[in-house]
Design a protein around this ligand. Sequence first.
Ligand code: NAD
Length: 364
Amino acid sequence: MDFARRDVLLGSAALLLAPGGTAGAASARPLGYAIVGLGGYGLGVIIPQFAHCTHSKLVAVVSGDRSKAERVAAEHGLGSGAIYSYADFDRIRDNPAIDIVYVCLPNAMHAEFTIRAARAGKHVLCEKPMAVSVAECEAMIAACRAADRKLMIGYRCHFEAYNLEAMRLARSGAAGKVRYVRSEHGFIQRDPAKWRLRRAMSGGGSLMDMGIYSLQAARYMTGEEPVAVTARESTDRSDPRFREVEDILDWTLEFPSGAIASCQSMYSANQNHVLLMGDRGRIELEPATRYDGNHMWVGADGRETAVTPPPGPRSTQFAGQLDHMSECAATGRQPIVSGEEGLRDMRIVAAIYRSAREGRTIRL
Ligand code: NAD
C-alpha cells in the first residue's frame, strides 16, 4: 500500500472513529450482528464487546451446539428465533434484524460462511486469516461484490491505539527514513488435537494464525507493498503437534524504498513484537498486538521513552472494529481493512510458503 493511500485510509479511520464524527449520524439504529461460531474468540472475546459499541448490537448467534446457543441467547436477551445452526444458516436472509455476519469459525470455514452470508444479503466481517487460499479470498470478494455487500477482515490492530499511534509516528518521520522492520508473533501450542494443527481446518500452521500479525505489521509500519520474499521453515516433524503444519516460519520482505522486513511466526514460543528502525531512531512495541497491555517506546541511541497513545473514541479495539464495520455498512464506505486487504496478505502468504518450499526468493 503506498503512502498516499495509507494516509487516506488512516485519515478515514480517524474520521469514522472520531467522537461525534459524521459517520455516527449515518445510522439511526445500531446495526445488528449475527456471530457465527461460539468459540474462544466469537463467544469469549467478541460478544462481550457489544457493551462498548455505539453503532452495533448482537441480534443472533450461529452455532453447532444448540444448548450453548440457547444459553448465550438467553444471557443477551435474544429469543429462540435468533438462534441458527450451520445447516439452517441460510434462513438469516429472512431476518431483517441481521445486517452483518461476523465469521468466527476455523479458517477453512471462512469462505463458505462469508459467501453464504453475502448470498443471504448480509454484510460480512470475517476473522483473520481471511481464508486458506488466494482462490477462496477471490471468491469471497466476488460474492460480496455480486450481492453489493461490504466485506471486512478482522484486522483489529488497525483499531488498536498503540498500533495506530505507531503508524502515525512512522508516517510522520519520527524514526527518520525507514530502514527495516522486525516482527515476531507466536504462542505455544500445547494440544495436538486442536483444529489449528489440522491442515484441513487451518490451512497451515503458525504463519496462517500468528504470522499474519507480523506480515500486517511489516506492511502497515512501512506503508509499502513488498516486491520480494525469501522464507525458510523450521519444524520438528517428529513432534505430534507438527505432523501437518509448520512450527517456525522466518521470512524477509523487500520493499521498493529499499527497506526490508524480517518476520517470524512460531507455535513453540510466546512472542509478540514489532520494531521499526529508521535512520534517526526506533519505534518499538512489545507486546505489540495483544488484546490489551501493549507498550511502545520511541527514540534513539538508548534514550527511548515510553509513549502512551491518546485514548481513542472507542474504549477497545474490538468495539472500534465492530462500529467501523457498522458505519461502513450504513454509509456504503469501503472498510479500511477490506477483503482486498486480506487478499493482498494471502497472496504474500502463498509466496512465503512457496519460497520456503522451493528454497528461493519469490518476486511478488
Ligand atoms: P475456537 O476453536 O475457540 O472456536 C472455533 C469455533 O468454531 C467453535 O465454536 C467450534 O465449535 C466451531 N466449529 C464449527 N465447526 C468446527 C470444526 N469442524 N472444527 C472445529 N471447530 C468448529 O477457535 P477461535 O480461537 O475462536 O478462532 C476462530 C477464528 O477466529 C479463527 O479464524 C481465528 O484465526 C480467529 N481468531 C482471531 C483472533 C483475533 O485476535 N483477531 C483471536 C483468536 C481467533
